[in-house]
Design a protein around this ligand. Sequence first.
Ligand code: SF4
Length: 366
Amino acid sequence: MRWLSSADYFARLFMNAPNTLEGLRFAALEAVLQLAEVNPVHARPIFSAVQRQLVGEGLSTATGILPPVQRWLESDTAIPLTKMALVDETPSADGFTRKYLLSMPDRAEVESVQMGFPGRFTACLSSQVGCAMGCVFCATGQMGFSRNLTTGEIVAQAHHVERELRRTNPGERLRNIVMMGMGEPLHNFEPTMEALDILTDNRGLNIGPARVAISTVGYIPGIQKLARHPKRYSLAVSLHGASDEERGKLVPINKRWPLSELLEACREYSALKRARVFFAWTLIRGVNDSDDHAQRLAERLQGMDAHVNLIPLNATEGFDGQAPDDARVRAFQQIIQNSGLPSTVRQRRGIDVAAGCGQLKARKKS
Ligand code: SF4
């Protein structure tokens, strides 16, 4: 067994992408062990301890790891664990949603959310600290971009939610993951994909790939890469406008990647993956909630295997907009349904815990 410094491992394996034990895919863990002249057969119990038992700092409590390997893992020269501390936790009044604000050693903060019902719990994870996309109604967009999260930091959020779920709801486990927290996940493509590949590994948390949704505001290079990724994760695209002029006012990157190109990328994704694309439409009173908007949205999506999620706006302090009333939401949905497109009105669950993206952090700062 060689006791290389962790800097040596990272230099050899990750070049300029530092990572942690949580952020190692099974094959990468085997490669690290090989470099340390540890038999790669030990990768399975280590991966299980980190990704399934979620032992975190308590590596010494892990079962199935031989003592010499355990001592190596706990030594200064082995791979470090992700450092993430809980700063704030807010349960919703209905008890279904818990929002966590997590802090990293560089003082960057991200938020993760546990949502759902018994048997159907979901983790909503962040991919970046802040966001460069600048959607005008979004609290994270209003913060600006700080940095990308590493693979380990994305995985560690899911671990935190799963541990809390096990503690607060014994017998329950995470069934779904949505990349809908802070940041544009396709703008941080490799770490996000690596994290999801780890979380869907059947030697770890074993979330079904079909139960993973990646939300994008229309970052076309990422959609194209996702269409060619080996695993089939669900794609959720935020539209909010049915013309370039309307959409560009809400979603600045529409100027770089206009609607026609975005929908073409979605059609390609759907064809290559043989998968339905989910479109999100945030309903803002007097801005994009009229019958005419609904009609034009339906026309844009005709012929595509698409599902429309309608989301009444979560108001933020930095955007002067309101959600429409329930009757307007129902009328909008009826037009979508009449066109033959399936649709759902997403409940604004957890609104009392500021569960719109970036809102908890924004509220803590004020
Ligand atoms: S809605 Fe998503 S993509 Fe747009 S600014 Fe917010 S976090 Fe970024």
